[in-house]
Design a protein around this ligand. Structure first.
Ligand code: ATP
Ligand code: MG
Length: 332
């Protein structure tokens, strides 16, 4: 199932609870696709990054080559917030009258810790990565942070699109209102006094309006594109990685429902670290217990393909170990 998804889709997301093997599986799938000749970009959106540890080399916010045909990058949420805020601040300073400077500063200082700010900044970077990445790569593989966070993130493009839409609408109305006022007080410049033309403002009000519209339109386009990509089952699949235990199975069922509500197609489930049948009574007993939870999973989500990956004797670190792990994906 995994290799089939890696060969047929343009974007894959890997999500699931902490420590289940999202990063390892995402990296191995990316490597297998690159070995098969696709140009692949592996992206970590997890604030606690470990692509660098896994590949035993520094991986940062710009793509670095980690294997032939495979680049990797880690989206840095702090840096994304900084960049996002400085873009907003820059735009506000250019558009608002100069005496608003103090207000803008206060607003920006508060925004840094506003609820949702990190997610919005992260999503902006994901949207940007999808937009530019699809141009240069055949496949984008996203390794995401543990479940709850990702489910909210997947619902966010819709919310942000709606918000941007609302802003555009309001902005259009106030532009018409401003126009009416200007006409109303044309001779005396009354309209300009009422809507606050600032003689020192670096950008005249009409240009400001055009720029605000430009920024909102670009944003709307970017999030609409992300949403379109994320909800297109032919191009994009979300893979949930889990352990065959009670709580992870229950959470997976809930996670799949949340993703479905956001319009995101789950392409399959990976049951990782499956206990072997032939390595002593202890593990055989665990395996039997796991089977019961897998039955529960199959009953709740009968249509979803499931791939099991056996527990490996060693943890997976470094290119060679990943290649070995990728081979297991092909046979398991
Ligand atoms: N099938 C497996 N057999 C043995 N060890 C595995 C297997 N899959 C992953 N591991 C190991 O489990 C640990 C956790 O894996 P990984 O970092 O990929 O999980 P994660 O879901 O990305 O974790 P986090 O939620 O912290 O990002 C790593 O040490 C990895 O090498
Ligand atoms: Mg991880």
């Amino acid at each position: 199932m995994l290799l089939e998804l890696a060969a047929s889709r343009r974007v894959l997301f890997f999500g699931g609870k902490g420590g289940v093997g999202k990063t390892t599986v995402a990296a191995a799938v990316a490597l297998a696709a690159a070995d098969a000749g696709r140009r692949v970009l592996l992206v970590s959106t997890d604030p606690a990054h470990n692509l660098g540890h896994l590949w035993e080399r520094p991986v940062g916010p710009e793509p670095v080559r980690v294997a032939p045909g495979l680049d990797a990058l880690e989206i840095d949420p702090e840096r994304s917030v900084d960049r996002h805020l400085s873009e907003v601040e820059d735009a506000l300073r250019r558009m608002m009258p100069r005496e608003m400077g103090g207000e803008i500063e206060k607003h920006m200082a508060l925004s840094r810790d506003a609820p949702g700010m990190h997610e919005a900044a992260l999503l902006e970077r994901i949207a940007e990565t999808v937009e530019t990445g699809l141009g240069g790569y055949d496949l984008l593989v996203f390794d995401t942070a543990p479940s709850g966070h990702t489910a909210r993130l997947m619902a966010l493009p819709e919310l942000i699109s709606a918000w941007t839409e609302g802003m555009l609408h309001r902005q259009e109305r106030s532009a018409r209102f401003g126009e009416a006022l200007r006409n109303f007080g044309r001779d005396e410049g009354m309209g300009d006094r009422i809507i606050g033309r600032d003689p020192d403002a670096p950008v005249p009000p009409d240009d400001r309006v055009a720029r605000i519209r430009g920024i909102l339109h670009r944003r709307r386009h970017r999030f609409a594109h992300l949403r379109e990509t994320m909800t297109d089952a032919e191009r994009t699949a979300f893979v949930i990685v889990l352990a065959a235990e009670r709580l992870p199975v229950l959470e997976t069922i809930e996670f799949e429902a949340q993703l479905r509500r956001s319009g995101v197609h789950v392409g399959g489930l990976v049951v990782n670290k499956r206990a072997p049948a032939d390595a002593g009574d202890f593990l055989a007993h665990r395996r039997a217990q796991e089977a019961r939870y897998l039955d529960m999973l199959a009953e709740a989500l009968p249509a979803l393909p499931v791939q099991e990956i056996p527990l490996q004797p060693d943890e997976v670190v470094g290119g060679e170990a990943l290649r070995g792990f990728a081979r297991v994906l092909g046979v398991s």
